[in-house]
Design a protein around this ligand. Structure first.
Ligand SMILES: C[S@@+](CC[C@H](N)C(=O)[O-])C[C@H]1O[C@@H](n2cnc3c(N)ncnc32)[C@H](O)[C@@H]1O
Length: 174
């Protein structure tokens, strides 16, 4: 059982929603059906004993608060292709956040866009894919344990979904 979890995201509204769910155990919201029509829905959380172990905070993955500590498990879910400098996160921030032997789970569909990441900072190149670049960056400090396709579904309306396969890799800090 994990004793303490820190959950960080750049978005104040995401963190506020997570904190409300943590406090109340549930959060009602409007789920878009189509056009102007929505349906009231509700998200529920696990038992208090589990959710009280989590601390949610807003933060920038490239400029995390000092004194955050180090961790035995780190998940960066669909984050790196939203960062202005993914290589800096992978080569400097990640290694400083985890203890020797810690596991790191990275997932990303590698949907690089200039909106979030200048193309000069995208992982990979015309001749090498993002995973090859990822390996090259992480190999000095991490050992690759496992790699798999992780599907996820984003709902837009009742009839429209986006189905994506993230590249999920698990690494161990040397
Ligand atoms: C594609 S979403 C993934 C959300 C969630 N982690 C998931 O897997 O469902 C990318 C998330 O990264 C967050 N984000 C973007 N830039 C960030 C940064 N510099 N530091 C921390 N979080 C960031 C966004 O607010 C957004 O919640």
């Amino acid at each position: 059982m994990v004793p303490h979890v820190v959950g960080i995201d750049f978005s104040h509204s995401f963190i506020r929603a997570a904190q409300k769910i943590q406090k109340n155990g549930k959060l009602p919201f409007d789920l878009l059906e189509e056009g102007k029509k929505s349906r009231r829905s509700i998200v529920t959380a696990p038992a208090v004993s589990i959710r009280q172990r989590v601390c949610f905070m807003t933060g920038d993955a490239l400029h995390l608060p000092k004194g955050l500590g180090t961790f035995d498990l780190l998940l960066a879910a669909n984050l790196i292709d939203r960062l202005p400098h993914p290589k800096r996160f992978l080569s400097q921030v990640l290694p400083s956040l985890v203890n020797p032997g810690a596991k790191v789970l990275l997932t990303s569909p590698y949907t690089w866009t200039n909106e979030y990441t200048p193309s000069s900072h995208w992982l990979g190149s015309p001749s090498a894919d993002s995973f090859s670049a990822l390996k090259k960056i992480l190999r000095p400090s991490f050992r690759l344990i496992e790699r798999t396709n992780l599907p996820f579904l984003l709902r837009e309306t009742r009839r429209k979904f986006q189905y994506t396969f993230a590249d999920a890799t698990i690494w161990q800090k040397l």
